[in-house]
Design a protein around this ligand. Structure first.
Ligand code: ADP
Ligand code: MG
Length: 339
């Protein structure tokens, strides 16, 4: 009897996996920025053209890659960040799936330049649709540069599905801001079509928030600080009188990773009970630190949703901490003001 089952060739498997990891130019921005952070960079530049549709480039001054690694990094499940399944529960890096570069290289034209500090020369490499096109030795600055061009060149359906430049640019800004907010100790710059959009010097959380969202933000912020065995909380919430009609700046970070959580959002809203006009939304920038073995990050490829061991305790601690800070800063209720 003949069999009809076959293993998919790597480039096909990569293209399928890419569907999950890379939805739009902003996904490339997120993965490249996170790799630069993981590489220990202190300076990261993001350059985009046409809302990332023609170019997404990330340049870092991190640890770079050896000649061998500069090819290996494009293999699927190739990662320097974990070795064992157990390592998932002591993660200190953004990446660990070893999927991003393989996926991106499967559906775009990628040019990479990289040099390790101790090496005199670096490696320059071109890969298109999972095919290595060229590899050379080159004189390069320390660190790594990835240029990703012509995203979805070989998947027209995906390319046509991209939204207007305005929308795609918005998504890129979101990803850039999330990474920049999580890492105020890193100098970030961003350029779009040749003009500088952001230049964020190394600083602290408060200053980084102000640098991204304008100087006026500073007076709106109430600091949050809490430390228990389950969680350390730092960050800022906005004074109730600055609440907005629509959800504006609402950010959760867990162990330096931006996450979304409707449940924790609810905890914050509960802390504002009686302080907000109907339907208005506070801004918040909440940095949670939890023991890595009490969360599961590997429930979604983009890792923006995570599972906490003790969600209920977290909820209670966060709510009371925010409530306490709002009270301390003598925040008066603004209810019934103009009804
Ligand atoms: P992951 O980040 O999950 O490990 P990636 O596909 O994003 O998977 O990257 C694969 C590997 O390539 C990383 O584990 C890392 O060793 C290397 N790498 C990627 N980007 C960089 C960079 N900017 N600087 C140094 N090494 C990098
Ligand atoms: Mg990665």
């Amino acid at each position: 009897m003949s069999s009809i089952i076959q293993l998919l060739p790597d480039h096909v498997a990569n293209q399928i996996a890419a569907g999950e990891v890379v939805q739009r130019p902003a996904s490339v921005v997120k993965e490249l920025l996170e790799n630069a952070v993981d590489a220990g960079a202190t300076d990261i530049k993001l350059i985009i053209k046409d809302a990332g549709k023609s170019l997404v480039q990330v340049i870092d001054n991190g640890k770079g890659m050896s000649v061998t690694d500069s090819r290996l990094c494009f293999e699927r499940h190739a990662t320097s960040k974990i070795r064992l399944a157990e390592d998932l529960f002591s993660l200190s890096t953004k990446g660990f799936r070893g999927e991003a570069l393989a996926s991106i290289a499967a559906i775009a034209h990628v040019e990479m330049k990289t040099r390790q500090d101790q090496e005199e020369l670096g490696t320059q490499l071109v890969i298109e649709g999972s095919k290595f096109i060229a590899q050379d030795v080159a004189v390069l600055p320390k660190g790594t540069s990835f240029s990703v061009k012509n995203l979805f060149f070989n998947i027209p359906a995906r390319r046509n599905f991209l939204k207007s430049d305005t929308v795609e640019h918005r998504h890129i800004l979101d990803e850039f801001q999330r990474v920049a907010l999580a890492h105020p100790n890193i100098h970030f710059t961003m350029y779009h079509n040749g003009s500088e959009m952001f230049n964020l010097p190394q600083s602290n959380f408060r200053q980084r928030i102000v640098n991204i969202f304008s100087g006026k933000t500073n007076e709106k912020l109430v600091p949050i600080q809490e430390s228990t065995e389950i969680v350390g909380i730092q960050g800022f919430v906005s004074k109730p009188e600055f609440a907005k009609k629509n959800r504006g700046e609402q950010f959760f970070f867990v162990n330096d990773r931006f996450i979304k959580s409707g449940y924790l959002h609810h905890a914050i809203m509960a802390a504002y009970e009686g302080l907000l006009k109907d339907g208005s939304q506070p801004s918040y920038f909440i940095y949670l630190n939890v023991p890595p073995n009490t969360i599961d990050i590997n429930i979604h490829p983009t890792k923006t949703e995570i599972k906490f061991d003790d969600e209920h305790a977290l909820y209670a601690i966060l709510r009371s901490s925010v409530k306490h800070s709002l009270g301390q800063f003598n925040v008066a209720p603004v209810l019934d003001f103009d009804r």
